[in-house]
Design a protein around this ligand. Sequence first.
Ligand code: GLU
Length: 505
Amino acid sequence: MEKRVRVRFAPSPTGGLHMGGVRTALFNYLFAKRHKGDFILRIEDTDQTRFVEGAEEYIINALKWCGIPPNEGVGFGGGRHAPYRQSERKELGIYKKYADRLIESGHAYYAFDTSEELDEMRKRLEAAKVVAPQYNAVTRQNMRNSLTLPEDEVKRLLESGNPYVVRLKVPRNEEIRFHDIIRGWVVVNSAQVDDKVLLKSDGMPTYHLAHIVDDIEMEISHAVRGEEWLPSAPAHILIYKYLGLENEMPKLAHLPLILNPDGHGKISKREARFPVFPLSWKDPREATPYLGYKEAGYYPEAFVNILALLGWNPGNNEEIFSVDELAERFDFERVHKSGAKFDPEKAKWFNQQYLRKKSDEELANAFEPILKDKGFSAEKPFLMAFCRLVKEKVQFVHEFWDQGKYVFIAPDSYDEKVLSKKWKENSKEVFTSLMNAFSSLEKWEVAAITSCFHEAEAAKGKIDMQVLRVLITGVAGGPQLFDMLELIGKAAVVDRMNKALAKLQ
Ligand code: GLU
């Protein structure tokens, strides 16, 4: 029988969750949803030196904002596998049992080396031109561990409370084979794998041991994680094997990296010229906060849609997908092996697509506080009409102001380029007569404004629409002219034209 799908997102609370992390969470979420399985949030906080205050809360809030909440785990309610924080699980003695099992079966050992001794070893190996010095089947023979020291000395050291770590005993020359859903079969020689620390001297398990124990105990069916974990996968395979858990281990899927727009290197939060965090993030150890997608004006649906297409494709040209639609289509077959280039301009385009789908009322509600901030207010129907009109021109709600502020403020300067090119000798007269025709219009609405304009043209000859726009708004471009005139209102239009014509010769 196939295992029930249970996947986990297992971040370490070492900082704000960046977009790569959210993408990992998203693919886990989609896979669980597609297979009606469980999506678990496990906090991997065994490295106390890297713990960052506020990171866990941030992760929880980010998943909520993205609309991809786990159904089990820290911050989302317990299941029968609680607790879901590794530091709490350690207190229950969960990991030590497994480390002991490995020691008893001869697949792990105690190592008593001090950090000075480890440094010395590294220097010695570097001096001997060893490219990647590591604690392994060869070098361990010259170190202080339970494989080299006499048994009674080991016993004495352990009993006297001497600090020690537990290391995995990796064979010297053995082929390690494993299957990755995205990458296929991977073969690595154990000579490339170091004797990883499994339990640290403070009794905390390392990630390598802890995640394996938890994946087994939490009945995880698929471990879906970033490509950066691929190099440690061979060591993990050995641990499963030595614990006799090869048949129970989750299937592995290592997701491709998200690359910079130029295709070089992983996105870096310090260099990126676009947000890399879902929500604004202030690291307590750094002075400057990072702007989030949310605060930059992105809709969570757009953000999720963008991330889904970084490394996965639906197999056709479709691009716009809701989370539910993604979950219906998502599978690992269509996840690429190679890194996915992030395109910040395309990201904005996605937001625009979602913005266009919003109702006028939603947009008006979102724009209202921005308008208020600028010192203006308007009735809801007016704001809705404004948003309907300007919507085509913006990618974000906050851009409504820049794109349409002239609806609220009469211009005090006029686009010189347009006027110098198009202002004719008789322009003043032509526009004055149009203004008079406007002012005697009874019904101020698009159809009437349009025919009034055409009648004026019939009488006076072609009237340049762009000049008319500049007289009323000051700027050369914008949404549909006559719709905009209707919105600005007759009195204001006439008044603005009057003032402009008085200024222009
Ligand atoms: N704690 C690891 C991380 O921070 C999790 C890796 C995994 O999913 O196995 O990315």
